[in-house]
Structure formats: structure tokens, C-alpha cells
Design a protein around this ligand. Structure first.
Ligand SMILES: [Zn+2]
Length: 187
């Protein structure tokens, strides 16, 4: 799944979870869900985060992001050299370790915690839909696929799946935001 699909899944996961659990996440935590939805691919040096955000064309942004860029590249390098791509970060163990780290470091920010954990989990779910599947029980077991055959990355089906997730996200956000419904005349 590409970065855009993961971003849409991250937003849908946060809005959907909020709707089901009765949480009311403020708008500013949605970008956190998107970043968390990209995070598992930090183990791929060619991913958005794994290459240290080097695609930024803004020189000021580049200087400001350099420490973060360095940290991301180092994490990427260490992961790919130790466990490899699509292993720890795409497993239940990885998701639990991430959730635990977020929970312990963001005590008192339940909405941000929800956004990060929902975003991260959405990545593993989305990758479980595609052809390669994900090693949910890593370091044990084989890769797990949610669909027989799976969805090919970058194909037309991925676009359709991303649009489906976008619909879920929009529906959930509209349900969560009465003022937005009123604005659109959907009361
Ligand atoms: Zn992935």
C-alpha cells in the first residue's frame, strides 16, 4: 500500500474508533494518526519516513527537520539490518510495543494516544490486505493475508480500497462533528 492509502486508512481508523468508543478527538490529532500510519514502514529505507523526509524541497524545513531526519534514518538502518523490512514493525508484538511506548510517554493525552495507536494499527491492517500480507505473529509464523490472493500494491484495486476507506473516514468525521454537518446543510 502506498503512503496516500496508509494516510487515508489512518484517518479512517481514528475517526471510526472515536465513533465506536464515543471519544471526541480534536482536529489537531488527525495529522498524528497519519504520521503513525506511515511509521511501520520506517523499516524500509525508501519509505517516506525511512528516508528521513529527504524529499522536502523547503531548505528551512530541511534544517529544522535534520535531527528528526537523522533519527528516522538511523532507526530505519538499524531495523533493516537487524530484523529486515515487514517484520517487527508489522506484527502484533510491534504494535503492542508501540502502543505501550505511546501510553507511557503520553500519559494525560488520551486523544493523541488514540490517534497514534489507531494510525499504527491501521497500517498493519492495510498491509494485511495486500499480496504479501504481514507477519502478525512475528518472530513466529508465516505472513498473514486478510484476503485470498490479496490486493496488489499500486493497482486499481488499491485505489478503490483507499476510496472506500475515505468514505468511512468522511462518514465518521461527519458523525463526530455536528457543526460540520450543519455547515454542509446535512442536519
Ligand atoms: Zn507496511
Amino acid at each position: 500500500m502506498n503512503g496516500t492509502t496508509h494516510a487515508v486508512f489512518g484517518i479512517a481508523a481514528l475517526a471510526g474508533t472515536a465513533l465506536v468508543t464515543g471519544a471526541d478527538p480534536p482536529a489537531y490529532v488527525y495529522p498524528a494518526a497519519v504520521v503513525a500510519a506511515w511509521l511501520p514502514d520506517v523499516d524500509n529505507p525508501r519509505s517516506t519516513l525511512g528516508n528521513g523526509l529527504s524529499r522536502s524541497k523547503n531548505p528551512i524545513l530541511n534544517v529544522l527537520s535534520r535531527p528528526l531526519s537523522w533519527a528516522l534514518r538511523t532507526t530505519s538502518f538499524v531495523l533493516v539490518r537487524t530484523v529486515g523490512h515487514r517484520t517487527l514493525t508489522h506484527s502484533i508484538l510491534g504494535a503492542l510495543l508501540f502502543a505501550l511506548a505511546v501510553y507511557l510517554s503520553l500519559d494525560g493525552f488520551p486523544n493523541l494516544t488514540l490517534a497514534l495507536v489507531a494510525g499504527y494499527a491501521s497500517h498493519v491492517f492495510a498491509d494485511a490486505l495486500n499480496t504479501r500480507g504481514v507477519p502478525l505473529l512475528w518472530p513466529l509464523g508465516r505472513p498473514f493475508r486478510l484476503l485470498p490472493g490479496g490486493i496488489r500494491s499500486g493497482g486499481a484495486v488499491e485505489v478503490a480500497v483507499a476510496l472506500g476507506a475515505l468514505m468511512v473516514a468522511l462518514y465518521a468525521i461527519l458523525q463526530l462533528t455536528p457543526s460540520l454537518r450543519a455547515l454542509l446543510g446535512l442536519l
